[in-house]
Design a protein around this ligand. Structure first.
Ligand SMILES: [Mg+2]
Length: 343
């Protein structure tokens, strides 16, 4: 955190907020790969011998990825970090450090009641998840902006040559997912109904009904991704950010293969529809493939693993994805969720 732009906010009594960001940002440092965090011109990261760095960046914009009038600030902070951690999980990387640039309209820096300003509550949500995954916030920027936006960078480390790639699935591999699918999409539609009726969710996140949690507070599968990498269980992996049908297509395209999905095997989240499980985005579960001879555990770090299909040979002129259900075989079209573009 540095420079003049910080002072813009600091002038408005935000110095203690910045001090708190620096203090909490450092909390994940112990034993990790962060040698020097917030306070100097650069952060210094250290990785172990024989490791490669995995770096991912995600931009979240008000009105596009979240809504100030729908999402509690804690949820926006949580989801910002969850997106980056989920990408590290999909590579089988361990988190080393996060960097966050946050732009907010001035009114979001003003304290409101005992729960603090929007910015403070955003950081509370972000730090809660960061601490759960021992990920220090090692730097970033905070500036006034006409629209709220958060740009996060995650740095992870993975033994050289061992990262889980999208491009390594082979025909006859089996297709698996972690956890349940569709919960985030179902939560989002409940949130929309909720927001239309009352504003309780915004003012008191603790009072938010549990059906909203998969959307408001998705849990990135960092431990599961690490286990897949360390135990060499998966051939390829991707995280489910856009929806199963879209993300599976990404994996198949990168691997030049097709896939067949068994609709009856999909782990549909409670309250979600089969369509939401197939196409709903932002579940942040992992989708991975494994050789048919590899024994995949029923659960990893408490999260169930479900086999949902098989990798097939890619054929030119043929839709790469097929779904089998009670009504027979059909092409599976990618219909991943398009953020808030159609709301
Ligand atoms: Mg991803």
């Amino acid at each position: 955190m540095r420079g003049k732009r910080i002072r813009l906010l600091a002038d408005h009594g935000e110095l203690d907020v910045l001090r708190e960001i620096r203090r909490r940002g450092a909390e994940g440092e112990r034993g990790g790969g962060l040698r020097l965090g917030i306070g100097d011109d650069c952060a210094l990261l250290r990785v172990r011998d024989g490791e490669e760095l995995a770096v991912t960046t995600d931009l979240s914009i008000a009105g596009r990825h979240f809504r100030l009038d729908w999402h509690p600030p804690e949820s926006v902070g949580h989801r910002t970090l969850a997106r980056g951690l989920s990408d590290l999980a999909a590579m089988g990387a361990r988190p080393v450090a996060a960097f966050l640039s946050l732009g907010v309209p001035r009114e979001l820096t003003l304290r409101k009641g005992r729960r603090g300003s929007w910015v403070e509550r955003f950081y509370n949500g972000l730090f809660q998840l960061a601490e759960a995954h021992k990920t220090p916030l090692a730097g970033g920027d905070l500036a006034e902006s006409p629209v709220a936006l958060a740009d996060i960078v995650l740095v992870g480390a993975v033994p050289a040559g061992k990262a889980l790639l999208r491009s390594a699935a082979r025909p006859r591999d089996l297709v698996y997912v972690t956890g349940n699918l569709g919960g985030a999409a179902a939560g989002l539609s409940s949130l929309a109904e909720f927001a239309a009726k009352r504003r309780l969710v915004l003012s008191d996140p603790a009072a938010a009904p549990s059906e909203l949690s998969p959307h408001l507070y998705p849990q990135p599968r960092v431990r599961q991704g690490l286990a897949l990498q360390r135990r060499a269980l998966a051939t390829a992996a991707i995280d489910l950010s856009d929806g199963l049908s879209t993300d599976l297509l990404h994996l198949c395209e990168e691997s030049s293969v097709g896939a067949i999905i068994d609709a009856s095997r999909l782990p549909v989240a409670e309250g979600a529809s089969p369509d939401q499980a197939l196409h709903g985005g932002e579940d942040y579960e992992l989708l991975f493939t494994a050789r048919p001879t590899t024994k995949i555990p029923r659960a990893i770090a408490g999260t169930p693993i479900t086999r949902i299909g098989e990798v097939t040979r890619g054929q030119t002129g043929r839709a790469p994805l097929t779904i089998i259900s009670g009504s027979g075989l059909k092409p599976l079209q990618p219909r991943g969720w398009q953020h808030f573009s159609d709301l």
